[in-house]
Design a protein around this ligand. Structure first.
Ligand code: WT7
Length: 584
């Protein structure tokens, strides 16, 4: 079906940061963007300085930086000065313990105020911040902290006891564990964060960092192998700031709500950094999704800009547009979405429920910030991710026998590629030079996504070119799931794929072949699901497991996930010339 273009009116341009896409794109330069930030003396640059300190120095310290809404509706407000003071206390806690430049500070927390103070304090101390998703189980946590050489962990007592304590002795680099929500009976080797924060000074001078100093470590997953730690540097703040202005239309004084969890990069780049560098007020809700609650927050907090995800939009659609209309959402100016394909129905439903469309945008952990977007001033074509940000050159490319060719023909499908050079591009996968190098060819960064570009320059997402799974906006590596299942004594082989789901986009499904003589009973299936959930956590574990006698494999013994998927979905099996006979 053809979806009608949603036309923007002249008043949509009025006051928009990006009033005229073509004009802006033509004149844009990253050097100019950098000049909008302050920097540190001697050419230094520090994300936390741009997010907090420069506002305080300019006399804007009393402005509301962050309003936290607790699970039970209690509110806690932090001005820029207040958030800065909390960040300083954390920086001092690190300094007092000799945690210094380049050291890795991990967090495993829900959306609590301490997380925001710690992220900024870590950056002020010139350490590297690496947030983990709190719905990860012990294995994904351990794998990431080991790769990242974690020195400090910030978590709750409950998470610590369940997800970290059992293996802590195996991670020699981990020297300090700070706990919130803790009892009087602290586990050995941990410190009550509240107590040491209260005792620390609330002034701290940011340790000098240069633009290329490492600031953030965000983990992502590939088809094979362990998770990859994408390295981001302080210069990324130039892109966070500009993309926040242009793609999210952030203005100083805007009330901005990003619903992403800070355990994933959206929740850091746009859930912490971009709104603060732009002088906005950030809304943070501790609770999980709930349609009525969300509408209430939009209304009561007078949210102007809302950045959410397709899974959430689909959950709101299920509840119906009528509910949205019961709320006064007149302050809501711009709605954006990211993380997974946003169906055209979702874009158009925005108009029905809110009187304005959702604006889809596209990026990745590796790109550090938004690369392709729909803007307030530009017509929306429902189903399209929009056009590249000013300063970003995108292309559709074809890889053939070691050669990379750009395809200029409109609506030709190929791999989405970007010309490297923007400030928030990853500087590497930590200690994985080979995997990093594989992302580049002929001067392009290859995204691993398949897409098309139409004759107006709008990009259309087609799918992933690899086996990575996107469930509820979260990227899941099949190998990590397979490895956890392989540890179970009954399991001989596993293949993991994503299967379509009307709400979450995809859900994880595992196909398991059991060892000889073991019966595929329902009890065992449940046991395996429990095993995976316990190790991987609910965010990563499969929702479904099916037993198979054999799994399709190549002659070299690799499980053909592509074929498992084709069979599951009733699609053509494609090229199966490498398939080993399955009747062994
Ligand atoms: C992958 C990146 C979302 C940024 C932070 C998470 C998919 C992202 C869209 C979109 C269709 C999208 C891609 C991409 N994706 N945005 N608007 N439409 N797919 O990044 O976890 O590294 O995931 O998410 O496949 O490569 P990430």
């Amino acid at each position: 079906m053809e979806w009608e273009r949603i036309r923007k009116r002249p008043e949509d341009r009025l006051g928009a940061n990006l009033a005229d896409y073509d004009e802006y794109a033509r004149t844009f330069s990253w050097a100019q963007a950098r000049a909008e930030l302050d920097g540190l003396p001697g050419g230094g640059l520090n994300i936390a300085h741009e997010a907090i300190d420069r506002h305080i120095l300019a006399g804007r310290g009393n402005k509301l930086a962050l309003r936290w809404i607790g699970r039970n509706d209690e509110l806690r407000d932090f001005s820029y000065a207040g958030l800065g003071a909390a960040a300083n206390r954390f920086a001092n806690v690190l300094a007092e313990r000799g945690v210094s430049k380049g050291d890795r500070v991990f967090s495993l927390l829900g959306r609590v105020p301490e997380l925001y103070a710690a992220a900024l304090g870590t950056l002020k101390r010139a350490c590297v911040f690496s947030p983990l998703f709190s719905a990860f189980g012990p294995e994904p946590i351990k794998a990431r902290m080991a790769i990242g050489n974690a020195k400090v962990l910030l978590t709750t007592e409950a998470f610590y006891r369940r997800k970290v304590e059992p293996w802590r002795q195996e991670l020699a680099s981990l020297e300090h564990v700070f706990l919130i929500d803790c009892s009087n009976n602290l586990p050995p080797g941990t410190t009550d964060l509240g107590a040491v924060m209260a005792a620390a000074s609330d002034s701290f001078e940011t340790v000098w960092t240069g633009p290329e100093d490492m600031a953030l470590l965000h983990f992502t997953s590939g088809t094979t192998g362990r998770p990859k730690g994408a390295v981001h540097v302080h210069e990324a703040v130039v892109a966070h700031h500009m993309t926040g202005r242009l793609a999210l239309d952030l203005h100083a004084d805007d009330i901005f709500w990003c619903t992403a969890d800070p355990g994933w990069i959206t929740g850091t780049s746009y859930g912490i950094i971009a709104p603060l560098t732009n002088g906005a007020t950030l809304i943070v809700d501790q609770a999980e999704f709930d349609a009525e609650r969300w509408y209430r927050i939009l209304q009561e907090q007078k949210v102007a800009i809302w950045y959410t995800a397709p899974t959430a939009i689909r959950m709101l659609m299920k509840v119906g547009a009528e509910i949205a209309k019961r709320y006064d959402l007149s302050k809501l100016r711009f709605m954006a979405s990211v993380g997974e394909p946003l169906n055209p129905e979702g874009v158009v439903w925005g108009v029905e429920a809110f009187g304005k469309p959702f604006h889809d945008n596209w990026w990745q952990t590796e790109t550090g910030g938004i690369m392709i977007a729909n803007y307030p001033s530009m017509d929306v074509k429902p189903g399209s991710m929009g056009r590249p940000l000013p300063g970003i050159t995108a292309g559709i490319i074809e890889r053939t026998a070691g050669e990379v060719r750009e395809i200029a023909r409109p609506m030709a499908m190929g791999e989405l590629a970007l010309r490297p050079g923007w400030p928030s591009m990853m500087r590497g996968y930590l200690n994985e030079e080979e995997r990093y190098k594989k992302c580049f060819a002929s001067g392009w960064y290859l995204t691993g996504d398949l897409a098309m570009r139409d004759s107006d320059g709008y990009y259309w997402f087609v799918g992933r070119s690899d086996d990575v799974i996107k469930s509820a906006g979260h990227l899941i590596g099949p190998f990590e799931v397979e490895s956890a299942l392989m540890e179970h004594p009954a399991v001989a082989e596993v293949g993991v794929i994503g299967v379509p789901d009307p709400t979450a986009g995809e859900v994880v499904k595992a196909f398991v072949a059991l060892k000889n003589g073991i019966d595929p009973t329902e009890a065992l299936r449940k046991n395996l699901l429990g095993h995976a959930r316990q190790r991987l956590g609910p965010a990563v574990a499969p929702k479904d497991i099916a037993f198979r006698q054999n799994l399709p494999k190549t002659r070299s013994g690799k499980i053909m996930r592509r074929l498992l998927k084709a069979r599951e979905l009733g699609l053509p099996e494609g090229d199966i010339s490498t398939l080993e006979s399955e009747e062994r």
